[in-house]
Design a protein around this ligand. Structure first.
Ligand code: PRX
Length: 657
């Protein structure tokens, strides 16, 4: 193509606002009949049997939905199943020799596991866990990076009915301790370390530091990822993963029969208060929901080589690297490292090398690819791709179009999927074989999902107006409660819009949104005190409490400021105690304090020293105002402030005027 043709093409794309699914895709799509929306509507809630049908049940359920104790809904009631059986055993006859996991380490080392091999590994580790004393319903914490032993450990836990609680490996020792204490988890599986941008990172010391903060006895299993690159010693209550598995070579562990409503896993996520929320997902509803959405939205077929380039430490990886794809018997790709190592084309090298058919990633990654330039994808043959997806934060139309054109060659539908840790799986997105795509808008709610955009009184807003997102009917993948905290579950998600007296229960995801004339929803972002950094949720309270723990800090506020790559970045406003200097050293200590308490992901982009924080007359910090200052936006009304003068001072510090 000549330069001028190329420019014309870019100009056409830049203007285009709607894209139809490519005919070739539609022809082969798992779901391509638009009547599905009506069918789900007419047959709700029984429509969800379509999801349950993708799962193998040991005992059939009696009822699809029971709602006599709202909002504690129960799905597929009295059904029995096991998630590990569903992801492994049931595929053995038809796909035993086909690949379940295709893994690549950052240095380029590879490991692959057929369904039969993965089944063997999971059985052996399940036997080992049992031997260590893990019983049904014990919470096992998995603090591991992207190595195959992580999904193996998840499936081993599922096999013996022990819920897992995966803690993102990038989180700090403190974060690990908080989560193990909150879940009363006595078992930890971790590893010696992993590779990041060419370095062998020590992970075990961080895990051990975390364990020192756990208030009960623990047993730990350590995977040796780094071999000779990193020597590690095992403590008294530590066991080597390979030794354990070798001791249980050939062991068979029957999958434990779990009730549909039994907990499959816990996942801690950030909320408005400092305490992370233990989101509880169940076996029947969750597994059915992620299988259904993998089938309908990601178009997963057993013969695919499907890649969700997320980290299993977040919900995206749970649902769409592990449970959804393995339940459908496909090959799921896992990559240990970053997209820019050794060069900016690493992802494209992997897509090319493994003939990846679907790629599901985050807008923050797409923005980075765009910045690096199309010369990197252009080095590789990406024609194996059939579908592209994004998740985690709003995607701007420019990034969407870049992805569509330069990665998908205008022949792959792009699904922009809105969902949350709490929803278990996707909720709002186009169906790739049916829906017109509108860059910047996730799309309509999925069939059977009742998402709306309302005002503060719960009335639906007119198209184009900003409002709040709500979900007005339950769905199978929904969280069932916050672990050991039913009260907070109701307060956080149901109190805002429900009319409990009239049995009207409405779920509030705490996102702002708008809707267009076609019912397409654009999610605008969080309306609570949660910052979305590169698609990862961080609570402002968690960051603030880390900052005030730093010596010399009297008070602090954390807000999200717009960031070209990360979507949002952390801005901290800090008041120092008398006698402490507003200097580089103090700034460094604040940054280190946050990294230590939460992890490098929460690293403040800016630390702004200020003598005061803007407060309302009742003493509440005006975070919105601090956000506006961080973004250099027009400031709203400041007349309600107790101390309006402070605003000019802070603005001057941020802009350097
Ligand atoms: O604000 C929304 C944003 O991410 C939040 C959920 O974060 P988390 O529980 O960590 O789960 C992320 C992966 C599912 C939501 O409340 N979000 C997620 N997907 C989108 C999004 N915002 C806009 N568009 C999306 N597609």
């Amino acid at each position: 193509m000549s330069d001028s043709e190329e420019t014309q093409l870019e100009a056409r794309l830049a203007e285009q606002e709607a894209f139809e699914p490519p005919a070739e895709f539609v022809e082969q799509a798992n779901v391509s009949d638009p009547s599905i929306y009506e069918e789900f509507e007419d047959d709700w809630p029984d429509c969800w049997e379509r999801a349950a049908d993708l799962v193998d049940w040991e005992t059939d359920y009696d009822e699809v939905l029971v709602d006599d104790d709202e909002p504690f809904y129960e799905w597929f009631v009295d059904g029995e199943l096991n998630a590990s059986h569903n992801c492994l055993d049931r595929h053995l006859d038809s796909r035993g020799d086909e690949l379940a996991i295709q893994w690549e380490g950052e240095p380029g080392d590879t490991r692959e596991f057929s369904y039969a091999e993965l089944h063997r590994e999971v059985n052996e580790f399940a036997a080992a866990l049992r031997d260590l004393g893990v019983e049904e319903d014990d919470v096992v914490t998995l603090y591991m990076p992207m190595i195959p032993e992580l999904p193996m450990a998840m499936l081993a836990c599922a096999r013996i009915g022990a819920p897992h609680s995966v803690v993102f490996a990038g989180f700090s020792a403190d974060a690990l301790a908080t989560r193990m204490n909150a879940a009363d988890s006595q078992f930890l599986v971790t590893c010696d370390g992993y590779y990041r941008r060419g370095d062998a990172l020590d992970h075990l010391s961080k895990a051990d530091d975390g364990l020192a903060g756990v208030d009960h006895d623990t047993t730990t299993v350590v995977v040796d990822r780094l071999g000779d690159d990193h020597d590690h010693a095992l403590g008294d209550d530590h066991f080597d993963y390979d030794d354990l598995v070798a001791d249980h070579a050939g062991a068979d562990v029957d999958p434990v029969t779990r009730d549909a409503e039994d907990m499959l896993f816990l996942m801690y996520t950030s909320g408005t208060t400092g305490e992370p929320k233990g989101v509880k997902h169940t076996t029947g509803g969750y597994l059915s929901y992620v299988s259904w959405t993998s089938h309908a939205v990601l178009d997963v077929k057993p013969e695919d080589t499907y890649w969700c380039a997320a980290d299993i430490g977040w919900i995206t990886g749970h649902s769409y690297i592990v449970y959804g794809p393995l339940a459908l018997g496909t090959t799921t790709v896992m990559y240990e490292g970053t997209p820019d190592h050794p060069d900016n084309d690493r992802l494209w090298e992997l897509v090319d090398g493994y003939d990846v058919t679907q790629l599901y990633t985050a807008p923050t990654a797409i923005r980075a690819f765009m910045k690096w330039g199309e010369e990197y994808p252009d080095r590789h043959d990406l024609s194996s791709l059939r579908l592209l997806g994004t998740v985690g934060e709003p995607i701007n139309p420019k990034a969407w179009k870049w992805y569509y054109r330069h990665i998908g060659d205008e022949s792959c539908p792009v699904v922009d999927t809105w969902w949350q840790t709490e929803t278990g799986g996707m909720m709002i997105t186009t169906l790739p074989g049916i829906g017109t795509m509108k860059p910047g808008s996730a799309g309509p709610p999925l069939p059977g999902v009742d998402a709306r955009v309302v005002d503060a009184d719960g009335e639906e807003v007119a198209p184009g107006e900003a409002g709040y997102l709500t979900v007005d009917r339950p769905w199978p993948g929904m969280l069932r409660t916050l672990y050991k905290n039913d009260e907070r579950f109701i307060e956080e998600y149901w109190d805002a819009y429900s009319d409990s007296g009239n049995d009207e229960w409405i779920y509030f995801p705490e996102d702002g949104a708008k809707i267009d004339d076609d019912g397409y929803i654009t999610v605008l972002g969080r309306v609570d005190d949660v910052i979305n950094v590169s698609g990862h949720r961080l609570g402002t309270m968690e960051i603030e409490s880390a900052v005030v723990d730093v010596e010399g800090v009297a008070e602090a506020a954390a807000v999200g400021g717009d960031h070209e790559m990360k979507g949002e970045a952390v801005y901290t406003y800090v008041i120092l105690e008398d006698g402490y200097e507003e200097d580089e050293e103090t700034r460094e200590r604040v940054i280190e304090g946050v990294e230590e308490a939460i992890g490098p992901i929460a690293r403040p982009e800016e630390v702004i020293f200020t003598p005061e924080l803007p407060k309302t007359r009742s003493g509440k910090i005006m975070r919105r105002l601090l956000e506006d200052i961080a973004n250099d936006d027009e400031l709203g009304n400041t007349s309600t402030l107790r101390n309006p003068d402070v605003v000019d001072d802070i603005e001057a510090k941020v802009t350097g005027d």
